[in-house]
Design a protein around this ligand. Sequence first.
Ligand code: ASP
Length: 358
Amino acid sequence: MFQSIRWLGQTREGKTLTSPVAKAKITVLSLGGTIASTKADVVSGGVTPQLTANDLISAVPKLLDVADVAAVEFRSVPSGDLTFTDIVALAKVIDRCFEEGTDGVVITQGTDTIEETSFALELLVRGSRPLIVTGAMRNPTMVSPDGPANLLASVLVAASPDAAGLGTLVVLNDEIHASRFVRKSHTSSLATFHSPSCGPLGWIIEGRVRVVLRVPPLATLDRSPVGDVPAIALIKISLGEDARVIEQIASLGYAGAVVEGFGGGHVPAAMVPGLETLASRMPVVLASRTGSGELLQRTYGFAGSEQDLLARGVLSAGPLDGLKARVLLSLTMSIDDEYVRAREVFERVVTSVTSSNH
Ligand code: ASP
């Protein structure tokens, strides 16, 4: 599936066609999504993913002023159809691109799951060269599609030495976000990506890349997942809920669960016995359904409070939201399904989200 990279702007013999000045070598891998969607379905009139990485690059000739760009089509799907198996395979292809001399990688995909795929890639890809995930909110058949501008901005960031060592970055709408904090916040706005806990790490202005905040390096997983990534349930708690759903999780075959509780990390008291039983059988992680800020540790003392749940063996997602915590638990459990070791790795990574001392 993966052939050796050939840079656009070079002849087959490897001679540069465009400029004698050495430019960054950037590989663009396409996965589908809105950025690659055009009309095919005559019946519904709807768009579907069809354009390849080559098509996307050809639509933005300015890219070749910035970098020597290579195109690889990896998948062509709506991003909701991507799986952990796809992302583990993608991480291996990215590692290989870096081994073969790529200076930076840009992934184009649907925006619906960028929050998850970008964080998974940060956990899986080795090395510290720039890795960018981008997409588009307006498909190429619409007026003012944002895909070409997002692709150009992403290649600029991927070619920038300032983007190295920041983990996976999400670049859309001329903003640069850290994968650990970024969230999709709107169904259709071009400004849908936000990092509510800390804001963007930087931006792109007149073709210049500005990085004004840096995040500490994430602790790495001990090795790459082999085989299937186990199913982890994600449950959002709501007003007046009891433990009925929680009690079904083990019998449905899940290997772990992430619970998005109220506010600083709370659930109704009626849910506590069910959660405690579940946490004695599998890893159960508590995140906040607010989607930003860090989980509390030592403020409230009522039944179902953060202190109560943590004392009953529930793990804290710290500053990770439920989606990111689920990605992390899925990958740690796929590497080591032994609870104590998986817990250790999970907690090490959570600490590293905000601190270099891990
Ligand atoms: N449904 C699309 C996808 O995620 C939406 C998008 O790309 O923005 O593939």
